[in-house]
Design a protein around this ligand. Structure first.
Ligand code: HEC
Length: 159
């Protein structure tokens, strides 16, 4: 095989992997499972980023750059929360989720709670950008509180 043929074969292989998982080919249950996996992945990645910030709030060495960077990441990721919480996955019993069904009829509230997180993550990042440890850590309560505000209402109380 010449290089072009090999390249074409690889491209087709990648395309077939990508397109076998499009929504059209999936059953409603598979779509719901994919939506749950997707939103959990988003929240896990948000947690990954808030972890070092939370550690600093509890006395780990203060690193303003990491604090700002991670908070900005959270602000961007939070813009995806309303989309990730738009798919009603309540019809399938064997899907593991801690999302409460009240989410599906309260999309406006979800959007507001996500926006509050964006605002508080950016305020935290702005404080971190000044390098002022006290001001930055002082902004942590509002940032962390934005997670709890949504979890308290829309997530099974399991932690
Ligand atoms: C607007 C609502 C909302 C906000 C804001 C929010 N979450 Fe969540 N979070 C949820 C819901 C709903 C679930 C349940 C997802 C599921 O189980 O399907 C969840 C689940 C999680 C999970 C568990 C994911 C898993 O694998 O089961 C983690 C970790 C998490 N959130 C972290 C955070 C952190 C950290 C923040 C703040 C920086 C945050 N969340 C902000 C609604 C929110």
């Amino acid at each position: 095989m010449n290089k072009i043929v090999v390249l074409f074969a690889i491209t087709m292989a990648i395309a077939s992997i990508m397109f076998t998982s499009t929504a059209q080919d999936m059953s409603p249950e598979e779509q719901a499972a994919a939506a749950v996996a997707q939103r959990k992945a988003l929240f896990q990645t948000i947690r990954y980023n808030i972890g070092p910030i939370g550690a600093m709030a509890q006395g780990a060495p203060f690193d303003a750059e990491v604090a700002e960077r991670n908070a900005r990441r959270i602000a961007v990721m939070a813009t995806m929360i309303p989309e990730m919480l738009a798919v009603d996955t309540s019809n399938f019993d064997n899907i593991e989720t801690t999302a409460l069904d009240s989410i599906w009829n309260n999309q406006g509230d979800i959007a507001e709670l996500a926006q509050a997180l964006i605002t508080n993550a950016n305020s935290f990042a702005d404080a971190a950008a000044t390098g002022d440890m006290g001001a930055t850590l002082g902004a942590f309560r509002a940032l962390g509180g934005s997670c709890g505000n949504c979890h308290d209402t829309y997530r099974v109380d399991n932690d």
